[in-house]
Design a protein around this ligand. Structure first.
Ligand SMILES: *Cc1c(COP(=O)(O)O)cnc(C)c1O
Length: 375
């Protein structure tokens, strides 16, 4: 058996990416925006339900930043954010000089806890400020409790930004993730379900919002012959080369989702026989996860760390779960509402190698490490 490194989450190429890149070079469309960007948006619009409008940007982070701008978030506004997530969900709140208010996870989906969400909203209102937006995340591809979370948001009239960066291909009650929020976002970073090397989109329900997003993403140029600006602009549009990679990748979107889910069933077989570790899933026909990453909970932090080292010794990458935002030095001064669920998950949780490109040989090696560790 080879000893090549097995990474946590790599994409699978379709083989068409290079052709798109070469064509972009030949046609001299080597800039932000362009025909491949339009085609990529159209392909994604076809993939999502009717009435979804896609604006392609240079990252998922810029998509969240523009989503906050589109919702009119201003200096000093409060924005609720799921604490257990990647920092890119929360950083844009600070770009806007707004105040993040972090909310704990619940144990079924590991996502924003409806009870704590409502407590947080009530308490913030009582303290004098109604939160202006909620950022909810489908972590590791698992949909959050959409009905419960949106019912609360609707009751208080607060828009939701749906961070679907990890959840392309996931769905809730048969409807695709990314289409529930006032705005949804996706990421095409190299570790996601499909990649454009770096990229992201905003999903909205109207052509006007899509156009407004593109307006902000291309330096907010007013209609004029000369360059005229009456709003702050950003250089956030996706490049034509990246969109070309995306067009190649979209051909394997369904295959990639399939291999991620097959990885999950591979791990399920292994962990069926292991008592001291619990593979995360949420077997329930309303929640369809792409299983972007497979994760397990061990009994203690020490055990989690020694399994991580065992993988490392065999040249395989595994990683602790996202460290909750309210525990991060940059965010620890901001309000937090919860019962330490995210803390507990972070203490004992490990992400397992889950790329779309895992071969049978890779899987044999992974299985060997796990079986040997728990023996
Ligand atoms: C990857 C990711 C993002 C940001 O995406 P980039 O394209 O890397 O900027 C945002 N939120 C979550 C939960 C992510 O995993």
């Amino acid at each position: 058996m080879s000893n090549k490194r097995i990474y946590l989450s790599l994409c699978q190429e379709s083989g068409f990416e290079l052709e798109y890149i070469q064509n972009a070079l030949k046609s001299n469309w080597i800039t932000s925006g362009g025909p491949y960007v339009d085609q990529f948006e159209n392909k994604l619009q076809d993939y999502f339900e009717q009435g979804s409008y896609i604006a392609a940007l240079n990252s998922g982070t810029s998509a969240i930043h523009l989503a906050l701008i589109l919702l009119g978030i201003e200096d000093g506004d409060e924005v609720i954010c799921q604490s257990m997530t990647f920092s890119a969900s929360a950083n844009p709140i600070l770009y806007k000089n707004a105040i993040p208010v972090f909310v704990d996870s619940e144990r079924e989906t590991w996502n924003i806890c409806p009870d704590n969400l409502e407590n947080a909203i009530k308490d913030r209102i009582q303290k004098g400020k109604k939160p202006k937006a909620i950022i909810a995340v489908h972590l590791y591809g698992m949909p959050y409790k959409v009905d419960e979370v949106h019912a609360i948001a609707d009751r208080y009239g607060i828009p939701i930004i749906e961070d679907s960066a990890e959840a392309l291909g996931s769905s809730y009650k048969g409807k695709k993730c990314g289409t529930f929020g006032s705005l949804g976002i996706l990421s095409f970073n190299g570790n996601k379900i499909i990649t454009t090397s770096s990229g992201g989109v905003i999903i909205s329900s109207s052509k006007e919002i899509k156009e407004k997003a593109i307006f902000f993403a291309t330096q907010s140029k007013d209609p004029a012959v000369h360059y005229q600006h009456s709003e702050i602009g950003y250089n956030y549009r996706m490049s034509n080369i990246c969109a070309g990679i995306g067009l190649g990748q979209i051909k394997v979107l369904e295959d990639n989702i399939k291999s991620r889910r097959e990885n999950h069933f591979f791990y399920r077989e292994i962990f069926k026989g292991i008592k001291n570790a619990e593979l995360f899933d949420n077997d329930n026909n309303h929640f369809f996860s792409n299983y972007w990453l497979n994760t397990i909970l061990l009994e203690t932090k020490e055990e989690m760390e020694s399994l991580r080292l065992a993988f490392e010794k065999s040249n395989m990458e595994s990683r602790p779960l996202w460290k909750p935002m309210h525990l991060q030095p940059i965010f620890e001064q901001y309000p937090y509402y919860g019962n330490k669920v995210a803390e507990d998950l972070f203490e004992r949780g490990l992400c397992l190698p889950s790329g779309s490109n895992l071969s049978d040989e890779d899987k044999d090696r992974i299985k060997g490490v796990i079986i040997n560790f728990f023996k």
